[in-house]
Design a protein around this ligand. Sequence first.
Ligand code: C2E
Ligand code: MG
Ligand code: MG
Length: 689
Amino acid sequence: MDVILQNSLISLFDDNPDPCYVVDLKGKFTACNEAFFQVTGYAAKELIGASFLPLIASAYVPMSQMIFRKVAFHGHRADFDIGIVRKNGEHADITITAVPVMTRGQITGVIGIAKDMTHRKQLEKALLTTQMHLQNIFESIDVCLWSMDVRSRKLLSISPACQMIYGYSQEDFANDPGLWRQLIHPEDLPRVEEKQASLGDGMKIKHEYRIFRADGSLRWVYDYTVPVMDEYGELLRLDGVITDITERKQTEVRLHDLAYRDALTGLPNRRCVRTQLTDAMERAERCGQMAAVLYLDLDGFKVINDSLGHELGDQLLCAAALRISRSVPENAKVARLGGDEFAIIVENISNLSDAGEVAKRILLRLSEPFLLDGYELIITASIGISGYPIHGHHYEDLIRRADQAMYLSKAKGKNTYQLFTDDLTDKYQERLLLEQGLRKALEHDELEVHYQPIVDAENNRIKGMEALLRWKSNGSFVPPMEFIPIAEEIGLIEAIGQWVLQQACKQTREWIDLGFSDFFISVNVSVKQLEQGHFTAVVMDALEHCGLDPAHLHLEVTETAAMSNVHHTVHILQKLTDLGISISIDDFGTGYSSIGYLEKFPIHTIKIDRSFIKDGKDAIMKAVIAMAGSLQLNVIAEGVESAEDKNKLLGMGCTQMQGYLFSKPGNVVEISALLKQYMTKKGLSQKSP
Ligand code: C2E
Ligand code: MG
Ligand code: MG
């Protein structure tokens, strides 16, 4: 061989960057290049003369022996992958091309050229693992991954999660390219298609919409679609992800409900009213119409809640909410502002009196008794109304003004409605002043008890006295009908009522001591006092304190008060009757009681309301007097102002009367003087004091 070629071959062997080696027919190394030493980690003196076998990883030993024989003894060429063990014990993957070494036509050994594949093998392995990993994800995640060729409208792939989300298999989707679209909720479809149009411009889209599952159930999905364009900017493929977000949506709805709905009644809450009213104002503005807010507060709800328990109170609130909702026009919105307060938004009206009509209907529906848990409850409401745009342009203004108007409805005696007017603000201030004044009335000695005789009109005998409360504020008397409802509302009536009771008992004791003994004292009692847990003790204290026999005491309960909480009233009145106290039903005929109720109450007297005499309702009076007779109840006619009234009543069989004809209510001095005169006339003895 020419020297140049020989040198070239030697340098090709020695300087080859790939590991090269030569073994003899016994498999012992006769030559190795530097790269081979590098890959095995052995030095020349350790390898030359040594067998190749110890280098081979044990799993590859049989294969390497077989290949060696094929090359060394049969002259074949072999390309194979094999694992070796480096000197430091590490594993290396190499690819070898082995050919026989021919010397003068004889095989004298094997020459091998290796390539270190360790790094590539590692990469391949990692790639395979990643691929398997991805495939696993693709197969198992509950997100549906899909890919579609736009031109052929062929589905390239879709992950099995489609079965879980849509209830249709991968094949179903592959076979019917239109299936996906058919499953979208018809209401959402236009919106979905509009969004999809932007895919053609290369825009990614994200949207949420409803679909119908194969089983007919409604699900929410999140759709993220990415367009893939070709080099000309034409839409080539769509890749997408569909996620079932039904649970998230349900949570959102629940959270929204929590934030915007009242948990008890299910009605929108105060926060929601703000939005609803603001929206209503905007609509009214656009249509050139009015919107109104009705602010409704139940009358005396607290008493029912406190006396019959919160559970029944809650039931009553729900039942009232339902009635209110059923008495308003279809497009009106009812909300609970909290406690016993509701707001009603009325739209499409041309003047406030339309809202007044709605209020009337609500009051009417509410006034029918509620049958709850075996109780028959009567509850009324006070309503205030303000309107947009006349009473304000902001939510706060309208609500505040409706609230002020409602306050005035309360002051007017409840169970009514009031439209806001500009002078209401003044009345509101007035009412606040009244409240403040009333709070100090007791300690400032501004209260007085006046008395009005109740007579037997047949013989002009004084049968009793009604104690009537007076409040002298800033030098003038405030009518009881104005301040008593306020005292009830602000929780002062218990203290005031107790004071009246003590004064009346004390005064009666004094008159008895003066020799005027055969009469009763009739004291008005508010329903709030009856609701006090210890009312009978309060009454007994007042009697005992001045040594007054309970037989001298009559307590007057108005018909409406008695009916507001029949069960409780019957119970407490029975206790009072057992103590020897007589009970009168005051203002009879102004409430809703039926004979059935009268029979239930342990009462002795009914006082026919002044309005019957004033309005000449003779037939009703006759009937009431007859009914009282058959129930063996005493009757007193109130507000008798003329001899004509007196005679008429006598003709009907009613003898006991009270009114200006006999005497106006007077203070202690006036009534004491009247009694003195009376006793002298009747020849009653007057004891010396
Ligand atoms: P009432 O218990 O029905 O009292 C009768 C009312 O009719 C009294 O009004 C009395 O002055 C008035 N009156 C009597 N005879 C005539 C008449 O011939 N003509 C006219 N026009 N009126 C007559 P007053 O004193 O203004 O009391 C109004 C209401 O205030 C009472 O009605 C009663 O419900 C309530 N009230 C008065 N004092 C008290 C009290 O101490 N406690 C409670 N809870 N309520 C009271
Ligand atoms: Mg009375
Ligand atoms: Mg009365």
